[in-house]
Design a protein around this ligand. Structure first.
Ligand SMILES: [Zn+2]
Length: 384
């Protein structure tokens, strides 16, 4: 099953329908009805299925097993084998998405007959999403659809690669694009123009000062490798020639916040600075000068108490309680599920160290650990 799923080239920018329709047909063959939730272009879809012969009886409760179907691209990467053809060597399955996270999805799909056989004891849902690696729009639409249909699961497991260790927190991430509009002119007449690059630079410097303040003063969360909120500017473009006062400058920055820190407050402070400190000066020269902010990805931070029954139970079933719980730097769909009121944790096979890289792989050992996890999940169901 892992080999088959790797064979669908579901890079985020492309359609995932081949994989989704395959999963739908597999489920149908087992008598399970799956609902597909399409994007507006009908080029991508989420899949949600209640693993029961009477799904309407499990509208409240049950555990969601969830994974994203999209992968990052392979452009410019040097692979020893074809990225979208599974290659078994040295006890590992190589291929784009093997660890992140088609391995998990495939193991879950292959376990569906087992899950169905145990449906009297354990209520399960399967959720497959799109665009996790880019915008998180897939999971957003899936959760809206569940709310609309009054489906209220009792918990969720996101099978991102954690070596089957329970992950109970990750940082949030918000991307913002800022467009500064000044006034162009001949560079010998700078007082008559508004240099968009220079005002953008002031904002970039303010963002950096904000980052410096947080790195100095913010209460530490020692679970994270970088134990405080970070901000950085990652892209900038502006101007057309050295002797032209630049009219436009655009830059993109991000914040990666601790669960305790609000990205709204940080955003407000930056917008206020632009409006109070920069715009009046710009408009004294050009009344149509402007600074606009657009939000791209906006993912809340995620946290669940390590003592939560769902966490305790998952660690027990995975036999990885001895590893304790952890926090990770990468963002996942866990924050969206928990924001929707569904207790969630991240636990899955493979390692994030292998994700997004050339020759990405999942080891047979991790596959076996996840299979055993699903086996025991049925035998030792989540306390309700
Ligand atoms: Zn992932």
């Amino acid at each position: 099953m892992i080999d088959r799923l790797i064979g669908f080239p579901t890079v985020s920018r492309d359609s995932n329908l081949g994989l989704i329709e395959y999963a739908r047909d597999e489920l149908a063959r087992l008598g399970v009805r799956a609902d597909l939730i399409y994007d507006s272009a009908r080029n991508k879809a989420n899949l949600f299925a209640t693993l029961s012969s009477e799904p309407d009886r499990v509208k409240t409760g049950g555990l969601v097993i969830s994974g994203h179907t999209d992968t990052v691209p392979v452009d410019g990467q040097d692979w020893a084998s074809e990225p979208f053809v599974a290659d078994h060597r040295e006890g590992r399955i190589h291929g784009r998405g093997s660890a992140d996270m088609k391995g998990f999805i495939a193991i879950a799909l292959a376990a569906v007959p087992k899950f169905l056989a145990a449906q009297e004891n354990v209520a399960l849902h399967l959720s497959l999403t799109y665009d996790e690696e880019t915008t998180f729009f897939g999971v957003r639409d899936l959760l809206a659809d569940l709310a609309e249909r009054s489906i209220r699961p009792a918990g969720c497991i996101i099978g991102e690669p954690t070596d089957m260790r329970a992950i109970v927190a990750h940082k949030g991430k918000r991307d913002l694009c800022c467009r500064v509009r000044g006034r162009e002119g001949h560079s010998s007449l700078t007082p008559d123009g508004v240099n968009a690059i220079e005002f953008a630079a002031k904002l970039v410097a303010f963002i950096r000062q904000t980052a410096d303040r947080l790195s100095r003063d913010e209460p530490r969360d020692a679970r994270f490798a970088v134990p405080y909120t970070t901000l950085q500017t990652g892209l900038i473009k502006g101007g057309i020639a050295v002797n032209v006062i630049p009219r436009d400058c655009e830059f993109t920055f991000e914040m990666r916040n601790l669960p305790a820190t609000s990205t709204d407050e940080l955003t407000n402070a930056i917008v206020q600075y632009a409006e109070r400190e920069l715009l009046p000066e710009m408009r004294s020269v050009a009344s149509d000068a402007a600074i606009a902010f657009d939000c791209g990805m906006d993912l809340p931070a995620f946290g669940i108490a390590p003592e939560h029954p769902l966490v305790r139970w998952a660690q027990q079933v995975a036999r990885t309680a001895h590893l304790g719980t952890g926090a990770v730097g990468f963002a996942t769909e866990a924050s969206m599920f928990s924001k929707a009121g569904i207790p969630t944790l991240v636990i899955g096979p493979g390692s994030i160290d292998q994700a997004h890289k050339p020759d990405e792989y999942i080891s047979y050992e991790q596959v076996a650990a996840c299979e055993a996890f699903f086996q025991r999940l049925v035998a030792e169901p989540m306390p309700s």
